[in-house]
Write a protein that binds this ligand. Structure first.
Ligand code: URP
Ligand code: ZN
Ligand code: ZN
Length: 622
């Protein structure tokens, strides 16, 4: 006997899927599927259905067969409505009535059986995007039971009760009613979802566009335990408002929470005015200045100074890509003219001294203006030294290493196979061995505060544009899906940091710096229910064959480790479990970020002290 009913949630996806939720099967159909393409798919799915137990076999396989038979006859035209069905095995009179109504009300029913081994051979395996088209588990009440709950400052054995997307209670032995979905986390770490402060989804760059969009990139993030990211919106021809609008549009397909930084690529009155609007009305509290990419994104020192002043006035955090762009351009010509055209020319043309110089300069200019500075993708000891020295002097500078810079060294760029070497081309470049170890140490001792990814992906085909000229290889690497696992392995498995520190550098520090703590970055009553469950004894292996990014390569290919993020909960829903993604296009929320975050606390007093010191009678005070 088959019974089904609609779910409450509305789907905005453009694919179809079915997932198992206890003894229910959830089936979803979309308006975008044409009947002629559906018919063969239904037949194919019918033959591929494999029940995972004998109980399933007796009920569900029959149910699936019947549904296919019944609905194939109805395939007559384009689907006009979309809906979600739940299929029960067994007799449930109330749902039976609604099933009878619904199954004849809609023209089509797409049926896909989730394979027992993830996406590898499901319908989702047909195309990368289709891998991701699965519905979220709809339960709004969840109890994560018996885990080790870890915050940046405190760890305890406790249960976590979630309702309507919010953490309601963190305490031992929480009693709940029968309608609550229970997730057993015994022996596992229950931690705030990762927050990636540095991504570039669908970014127009170097004559192309980064390959992951706000759906594929975010789905990948969720599969790797990251539940929020802050993406860099780029202006269009220097126009911030137009750039912002274009990113709002791109992000409509989001499936997880996100915020924006905005890049400043030129300076004029309109830029200053738009910065003000973005901060006061659009929820942007940080602006990135590129001191590299001469001729495209780079700003001059004069433009940078004006931008720093405006950031200070607005309470927005200034961020900097610190490489000396003039010298990089010179270095690129020099290396290319020596006949070095391959990917190894990339690191040779922009050595770490140029990163150190720009980092030091940016810090000094920001200090001159007395506004905090955030240095993105710190890749070298040279930059690290500048940050360490400034911090020792009490200067407010935050350093963000990225997963690639922490994990890899530049030997990979010397691979004789172009495709292999080119996938590692990013800026600033991955440095010679030794820099990564220094960055890890600085992250452990607090000189660097948080980890980003600089996720900016390009396919092998896109990278191939630079086959004969390294200057044309689109700069960028993957990481949004891998960061949480790689950092666990590099920093926790190696004994360099505690699990609490892991939470701090992957989530809490980012939430604090960008002024969304404790809505994000904490497992506390009242915080958003963005949670991961990490099993420290289960292994993970990274591969482009199983990742969820849209690209065909992975810079961490073959990386194996102990530690596996088994469950990701985003907005209070299970979106990743048992190797399956349950994400919904359009379910992601824009999280506005308020100005005057903690880095601005007391800045007015420092200003006053500085002005005070200008009086000759007060010279000794400061
Ligand atoms: O290579 C990189 N980093 N690509 C993205 C743009 C940037 O500089 O962050
Ligand atoms: Zn950059
Ligand atoms: Zn970047």
């Amino acid at each position: 006997m088959i019974v089904c009913r609609t779910t409450e949630g509305k789907s905005r996806q453009t694919g179809g899927s079915l997932l198992r939720d206890s003894n229910e099967w959830l089936i979803w159909i979309s308006t975008s599927w044409r009947s002629d393409s559906l018919l063969p798919l239904l037949q194919q799915q019918k033959t591929r259905f494999r029940p995972s137990s004998s109980a399933d076999d007796c009920g569900i396989s029959r149910a699936v067969e019947e549904l296919i038979e019944r609905n194939m006859e109805m395939i007559t035209g384009r689907v006009r409505k979309k809906s979600v069905f739940r299929v029960f095995v067994g007799l449930r009179p109330r749902q039976m009535r609604s099933c009878a109504l619904l199954s004849f009300q809609f023209l089509l029913l797409l049926l896909v059986v989730v394979p027992s081994s993830g996406f590898s051979d499901g319908m989702c395996g047909l195309e990368v995007e289709e891998r991701l088209n699965c519905m979220p588990v709809s339960s709004s009440k969840i109890l994560v039971r018996g885990g080790i709950v870890v915050n940046a400052d405190y760890q305890q054995n406790a249960d976590v009760y979630i309702e309507d997307g919010i953490i309601k209670l963190v305490a031992p032995n929480i009693k709940v009613s029968d309608d609550v979905k229970i997730i057993d986390a015994t022996g596992k770490f229950v931690m705030p979802g990762g927050i990636d402060p540095h991504t570039h989804l669908e970014m127009p760059f170097m004559g192309t566009e980064s390959a992951d969009n706000f759906f594929t990139g975010q789905a990948a993030a969720l599969a790797g335990g990251t539940t929020m990211h802050i993406d860099f919106a780029l202006p269009i021809d220097g126009d911030l408002a137009a750039g912002y609008d274009s990113y709002v549009k791109k992000a409509e397909i989001s499936c997880m929470d996100y915020g924006f930084h905005m890049a400043i690529t030129t300076w004029n009155e309109n830029v200053a005015k738009d910065m003000e609007t973005l901060v006061k009305e659009k929820g942007i509290n940080s602006f990135k200045f590129f001191l590299a990419y001469k001729g495209s994104l780079m700003v001059t020192d004069e433009e940078f100074l004006q931008g720093l002043k405006k950031c200070k006035e607005l309470g927005a955090l200034a961020q900097v890509h610190a490489e000396n762009g003039d010298a990089v351009a010179e270095g690129q010509t020099r290396i290319f003219e020596l006949g070095i055209t391959g990917p190894e020319g990339h690191p040779l043309s922009r050595p770490s001294v140029l990163e150190g110089e720009a980092t030091g300069r940016a810090i000094k200019l920001a200090h001159f203006v007395n506004t905090p500075l955030y240095v993105v993708h710190v890749m070298s000891i040279d930059a690290l030294d500048e940050i360490a020295r400034a911090r020792a002097q009490g200067i407010r500078v935050v350093g963000e290493p990225v997963t690639s810079g922490l994990a890899l060294n530049d030997s990979v760029l010397w691979d004789s196979d172009f495709q292999t070497a080119a996938k590692y081309v990013m800026s600033p470049p991955i440095r010679p061995a030794g820099h990564n170890k220094a960055l890890q140490a600085a992250l452990a001792n607090g000189i660097l505060q948080l980890v980003g990814t600089d996720h900016c992906t390009f396919t092998s085909e896109q990278k191939a544009v630079g086959k004969h000229d390294f200057r044309k290889i689109p700069n960028g690497v993957n990481g949004i899906e891998e960061r949480m696992h790689i950092i666990w392995d590099l920093m926790v498995n190696s004994g360099k940091i505690s699990v609490k520190d892991y939470v701090r550098i992957t989530s809490t520090a980012c939430a604090q710096i960008f002024n969304i703590y404790p809505q994000k970055g904490a497992i506390l009553a009242g915080s958003d229910a963005d949670i991961i469950i990490l099993n420290p004894s289960r292994s993970t292996t990274i591969s482009s064959k199983t990742h969820h990014s849209t690209i065909d390569t992975n810079i961490y290919e073959g990386w194996s480790m102990k530690g596996n993020i088994e469950v990701t909960i985003s907005q209070g829903k299970v979106v990743w479990a048992n190797g399956q993604l349950f994400v919904e296009r359009g379910a992601g929320r824009y999280i506005p970020l308020s100005p005057f975050g903690p880095l601005f606390d007391g800045l007015d007093k420092l200003d006053a002290a500085r002005i005070h010191s200008y009086n000759p009678r007060h010279r000794t005070v400061v």
